[in-house]
Design a protein around this ligand. Structure first.
Ligand SMILES: [Cu+2]
Length: 112
């Protein structure tokens, strides 16, 4: 169930964000040819907001499995902007996409 949702969410995200959709296939191909040649990855997931830290600009989300990254469900922090987090609060169920670079996860888009 979670994996199906995840794939669905990612498809929707790619359709909604043409800029990322154009970038991603190339990045994935590059990633295949070299283990660490592609430092930034983008993936989508669904989860529940646990906490929001407006001062540090982070949001902690308990998210489902992320198939693209072969991640199991987990709770973790993401960097987020005030604009992205506006209107969201702890307990909200969200669909979001994020970039992963050097072990730092940053929200690209997030919505209820
Ligand atoms: Cu995670």
């Amino acid at each position: 169930m979670k994996l199906t949702h995840c794939v669905f969410a990612m498809t929707v995200t790619l359709l909604a964000l043409p800029a990322w959709a154009e970038d991603m296939p190339g990045m994935k191909m590059d990633g295949m040819s070299g283990a660490s040649a592609s430092p930034t990855q983008v993936a989508s997931a669904e989860g529940t907001i646990k906490t929001i830290d407006h001062d540090k600009h982070t949001v902690t989300i308990s998210h489902g499995a992320v198939q693209a990254l072969q991640w199991p469900p987990m709770t973790m922090g993401f960097a987020v902007s005030d604009e992205q987090i506006a209107g969201l609060e702890a307990g909200d169920k969200v669909s979001f996409s994020f970039s992963l670079s050097g072990g730092r996860a940053t929200i690209v888009s997030i919505r209820k």
